[in-house]
Design a protein around this ligand. Structure first.
Ligand SMILES: Cc1cc2nc3c(=O)[nH]c(=O)nc-3n(C[C@H](O)[C@H](O)[C@H](O)COP(=O)(O)OP(=O)(O)OC[C@H]3O[C@@H](n4cnc5c(N)ncnc54)[C@H](O)[C@@H]3O)c2cc1C
Length: 222
């Protein structure tokens, strides 16, 4: 574990944003907001042969850590639990930027990168982390569903990664065209991209008494 260092985005030599440093986010609260808005992360590890693997996972932020869980048998969780260094990223795609040139065309986004080593959670901390991940993804659900059995808990690794070494970058707004391209006869601007939940679809064979979707699910917003 990396200990409880303060969250100070971009403050280490490894996490200093080099290209477009003006897009770097220094405020920890802004970094928390990006993590709290995301549902999915990619965790990259390198195996014994030197091959990197970037694996998508569900996650939640809890205070100054991110939590994620998975099968104890999977490569990612085996390597993380054995102390491999990890690179954890969350990317929220907010739109496309249509510049007058191909070169200046880009994306709007909010992204976070965390470097470090994971700790393995056990006992009450493990149980609490599972609830935190579930409540981040599906608020209101944990108290309704069957709780994990002892066998399910044994098969599940729950990892905690401190935000001690992290960075965040935010790109927003319209294109930054070259002065010489401003007169070109082409539309320019940006196209925002938004994410939203669609109408919930009941499971096959759901008893009639559950024909109404619970309010807590109806209240989910993206
Ligand atoms: C949705 C999306 C699309 C992108 N598309 C492109 C693309 O097509 N081409 C391109 O060149 N770049 C793209 N970027 C930017 C890219 O992620 C990097 O920011 C860029 O490659 C940084 O290069 P560097 O040499 O400055 O940083 P590096 O030396 O690679 O990074 C230095 C440190 O800066 C921090 N950092 C760098 N990038 C990010 C980030 N995005 N979020 C949080 N921390 C970061 C990390 O802590 C990293 O260790 C995209 C970003 C996003 C989120």
């Amino acid at each position: 574990m990396d200990g409880a260092r303060p969250v100070n985005p971009g403050s280490s030599p490894r996490t200093r944003v080099r290209r477009y440093p003006e897009l770097a986010v220094k405020d920890p609260e802004a970094l928390y907001r990006i993590l709290d808005a995301g549902l999915m992360a990619h965790v990259a590890v390198t195996d014994e042969t030197g091959q990197p693997y970037a694996v998508p996972v569900a996650y939640a932020r809890h205070d100054d850590t991110v939590l994620f869980h998975g099968s104890t048998a999977s490569r990612l969780f085996r390597l993380c639990a054995a102390g491999s260094p990890v690179c954890f990223t969350v990317t929220l795609l907010d739109g496309l930027v249509l510049a007058r040139s191909a070169f200046e065309s880009s994306m709007n986004y909010r992204s976070v990168m965390v470097l470090g080593h994971c700790g393995v959670l056990h006992g009450a901390a493990k149980q609490a982390a599972l609830e935190q991940i579930s409540e981040h993804l599906m608020p209101g659900r944990w108290k309704e569903v069957r709780q994990p059995s002892a066998q399910e808990l044994r098969a599940t690794a729950v990892l905690e990664l401190p935000l001690a070494e992290c960075s965040a970058k935010v790109s927003e707004g319209g294109p930054d065209d070259n002065e010489s391209d401003l007169g070109l006869p082409v539309w320019a601007g940006h196209v925002p991209l938004t994410e939203s939940w669609s109408e919930p679809v009941p499971a096959d064979g759901l008893p009639a008494e559950f024909s109404t979707v619970p309010d807590y699910i109806r209240s989910w917003r993206r």
